[in-house]
Structures are given as C-alpha cells and as structure tokens.
Write a protein that binds this ligand. Structure first.
Ligand code: SF4
Length: 310
C-alpha cells in the first residue's frame, strides 16, 4: 500500500434498502429462542444460519454448536441428541425425515421465500414437469431444493450447462435460487427459451434480493465507489458487488468489517455508496459508515522535488 495524504471528507451515500432481510431476521429470532429455551442442553445449527461469521460467533458464545459439512445430511449425522436448527436456506425432505427419525427436536428456520420455491418444485414435478434450477453449485439452498425431486430437477449455473442439457420432455419449467441476480439469470433463461421454446419460466429471486440490487445499481451511478458490507460466503453480498460492477460500471468492494477498508480505494473519491448483504448485522454496516464519514479523501503523495538539485 502506498502513501496517502488526506484532504476534505467523502460524502457517504447510505443506500436503502440494505442489510437484514425478513428471512434472516426470522431465522436469527428462531435460533435465539431455541438457545434460550434449551439452555444447558445440546443445540446444533446445521450449517451457517446465515452466511455471516459474526452471527455465527454470537451463537457459538451462547453454546450453539455449528456443524459445517459438505452436505446437510452429512452434518446431521454428527447430531445425536437435543435440538437441531435448520437454516434459512432450507433443507431437503430427506434431511427433515432423518432428523425426526433420530428423535431430534427440529427447529425449522427456513425462509418463507425459500419454502415457496420448494412448494413450486413439488407442484411442478407432481404434475409431471422436469425442472431446470438455476443456482450455485455447492450452496445449501440448491441442495435443499434439488432434494425435493431427485432425478426430475437439473441444476445449471452457466450457459455451458444449458448446452449440455439433453431433454425431450414436453413439460419443462425453469426456476431460480432466491439470492441470484435477475441480470445473471436472464442470459441463461434466454438461452433455455431458445433451446426449449415451450419452457415455463418461474423467477424465484426474492424481492429482498432484487430490491437491494436495484437500489445499489441506481445509487452507484451517482457514486465513485461502492462498499458492500458482507461475508465472502454470502451469495447475495457477492451479487451486490457484481451488479454494481456490471450494471453501474463502478468499482465495488466487499468488506466483512471496517478493518477491511483500504485507503487506496478512495483516492480522489467524492461520493461513496454503502450497502450491505441480507445477512449482514446492522452494527457492522454502521461501523463502516462511521469510519467513512470521518475519513478524508486520500490522495496519493506526489514526489517532492529533490532540494539538492534545486
Ligand atoms: S435473501 Fe431472500 S430468500 Fe434469503 S433469507 Fe433473505 S428474504 Fe429469504
């Protein structure tokens, strides 16, 4: 990192809406309640409740055990007693059945928007549809949705995946992970419609995700830089960075905390936008805003003339 001098302060644009969505608020409330009601008993969280280390740490301090494994089913095998909390991302029916078969007390914190996607996939596949699901490989939400109808649902995340589909079914539908962006799913949907003109489109990107992305893009056009407060594990936080880059053509940086801010991002910057992923605690965003509001605009130091040669 180079040297910087500071002059006037930057104007901070607090982009709204930002931060916690209703699904995260409800999931955090459900886990707090489970931790209180079952204090002193084993309480396990099946994967990250939301993709944010600070939320996870708060619950670790309350004695909640986080079990992270390649799949929810594998994580569940490590729980032998007590209460298990299912995260906002949802799980497959197999995981719920297995948890009940193990005699565990199940607290289901699945977001209502994710439940809606599960219901949609159930309805479509029961009606004989094959479903194409646009989602992120390895993310827990697709894992849960795919488990609704193994063999009748195909996960795609790129145009190449669309090209490799070999389907001749008359009933075909496409739906999406809730936390993607309209913009990165649209090219995939367009290509699917070219290949399969009869395909039904069900866009399931949740309104919390869409509203935050829309607001970030609009505000970014009036800013020099945008800071997204969120975890690198959070799909919707990463998408906020992506839409600012691609649609507003502005630099955007993801920071987990105020400590990640770098002066070189703000050289000659006059307006900085701040937004936050749907799983980012408000306190972290407030700290970033406070730091930016007190920070001057860094300008690189220019080399001073060599007095010996003057
Ligand atoms: S981002 Fe959307 S789907 Fe995910 S928890 Fe929030 S409201 Fe629910």
């Amino acid at each position: 990192m180079g040297s910087y001098c500071y002059d006037r302060g930057v104007e901070v644009v607090k982009i709204r809406p930002r931060g916690y969505c209703h699904g995260v608020v409800e999931a955090v409330r459900a886990l707090r309640q489970a931790a209180e009601e079952h204090e002193g008993e084993p309480v396990a969280m099946l994967g990250y409740l939301v993709h944010n280390e600070h939320v996870t740490r708060e619950f670790a301090d309350r004695g909640v055990r986080l079990i992270d494994a390649p799949s929810r089913l594998e994580a569940l095998e490590e729980v032998t007693e007590g209460t298990v909390v299912l995260t906002a991302h949802g799980v497959s029916p197999e995981v719920k059945d297995r948890a009940r078969a193990k005699g565990l007390n199940v607290v289901d914190a699945t977001c209502s928007d994710v439940v809606r996607t599960h219901d949609l996939v159930q309805r479509l596949t029961a009606d004989g549809y094959t479903v194409i699901y646009i989602g992120k490989v390895g993310h827990p939400e697709p894992e849960g949705v795919l488990g609704e109808a193994p063999g009748m649902i195909h996960l795609v995340q790129s145009l190449d995946d669309v090209e490799s589909l070999e389907l001749s079914t008359p009933k075909l539908a496409v739906t999406t992970q809730t936390t993607l962006s309209v913009w990165d799913t649209q090219s995939i949907i367009d290509r699917l419609q070219q290949r399969f003109p009869h395909i039904e489109v069900h866009n399931e990107i949740c309104s919390a995700t869409q509203d935050r992305q829309q607001a970030a893009v609009e505000a970014a056009k009036e800013c020099d830089v945008v800071i997204v407060v969120g975890s690198s594990r959070s799909s919707n936080s990463q998408r906020l960075v992506q839409v600012v880059h691609e649609l507003a053509q502005r630099p955007a940086y993801l920071v987990d905390t105020v400590a990640d801010l770098k002066p070189e991002w703000f050289v000659n910057c006059q307006r900085v936008g701040v937004t936050a992923g749907a799983s980012t605690p408000t306190i972290l965003t407030r700290e970033v805003i406070a730091e930016l509001e007190t920070m001057g605009t860094p300008a690189p130091l220019t080399a001073s003339p060599d007095p010996a040669r003057a």
